[in-house]
Design a binder for this molecule. Sequence first.
Ligand code: XMP
Length: 305
Amino acid sequence: MVDVDSFIDEKVEEISEEVGEKNAVIGLSGGVDSSTAAALAYEAIGDQLTAVYVDTGLMRKGETEQIRETFEYMDSLRIVDAKDRFLDALGGETDPEEKRHIIGEQFIREFEEVAREVDADYLVQGTIYPDRIESEGTIKSHHNVGGLPERIDFDGIVEPMRDLYKDEVREVARELDLESIIAERMPFPGPGLAVRIIGEVTEEKLEVAREANHVVEEELEEYEPWQALAAVIGKATGVKGDNRVHGWVVAVRSVESRDGMTARAQEIDWETLQRMQSRITGAHENVARVVYDVTHKPPATIEYE
Ligand code: XMP
């Protein structure tokens, strides 16, 4: 890696030179890449940059609050509460690819509205080197608001981290004082909890998924998984108190991986598994059981949809 300090100096200068007196916009996802790109660009052009965070309602627990805290120093931070619009748009859709498509489209629409409103001439993106060489094309596009340049004629797209690897981005993030939790957080898919809910996305399933993912992140921290998650995968019978319930089945998954292309299910000790089970079934009256996924990738994928 190049020296972090000089990398930052160099990029700040490049960005201010390129953008000049004009306006720029960036989508914050809560992930390391976009957060770092936003902080870098803000150093360069200050409030000429509008950082837009779209609260899709599909985010992890506390994510919106964390974004607010981390970036409150930017006067031009925009948090768009689009929870209802995303749920409406998803309607009763059950097809995984259709769900992704709807979320991507809605995201662009929300983002586009702000970009037009602030008269943005430049789009800043947190694209990193592996994104560019990823030939398999995992569907990351909307994360980086791909699709936007076709709808708005920007003067240019600024990608200050296009030559960096993930670990280098983390170094830069640390240097820019981004809260360590952002710098260290596990990867989280653009479509958020929607790919951790099989079938229709409802408020109740979202509540269960959000809390269960929070429990899993906390309980498995010491295992340092590449990614750990919980998914609402269906319904099954259980007994809660004196009643039989037809409640949600939550699957817990924790994997080791280098790049997400292949992954190994982690071996987790029984006590930890039981603690997660107890916290997850206890968190919501309609959770009937918790299962642990022992499948590697392949044949399974990491996410459930
Ligand atoms: P899979 O489930 O394909 O996931 O084994 C591999 C990695 O990609 C992430 N992933 C996504 N990321 N948009 C994203 O930004 C998506 O639609 C998406 N689907 C999967 C997943 O979290 C894992 O890290």
